[in-house]
Design a protein around this ligand. Sequence first.
Ligand code: DQA
Length: 141
Amino acid sequence: MKIAIINGPNLNLVGRREPGVYGSRPLDEALRQLIDRYPAVEFSLFQSNCEGDIIDEIQRVGFDADGIVLNAGAYTHYSIAIADALRAVTAPAIEVHISNVHAREEFRHRSVIAAACRGVIAGFGLNSYRLAVEALLNDKL
Ligand code: DQA
């Protein structure tokens, strides 16, 4: 089982960025712990602040991985190009958000990538990533 975790813009700053919204734990630390929790799963980790690099990574892993866990950050709300990339590949993707985007500003309520995803998990803090991994693992049962 191969799972690719892809993070978009500003997610490299989680831990320091708006701790009231995203918490004060660094994301990379939480993701390392998540990886250790599932030794049978082959994970890849990627983060970029650039839309094209995220698309390149979706294309790179998307025909080989069994699933993609994607937090596209603000691109979630307007990147048709990322939605198209998700539709182009074979791996199912779970859209993930640390915060409950539906309880925030109205522009965050709309996702243009959700319809290209298997499902969406939002609002469980850094646990959202674990829940997405569980969703992919359980899909395989
Ligand atoms: C986010 C929510 C987005 O609206 C925001 O632009 C982010 C992070 C989240 O994980 O809660 O960068 O994707």
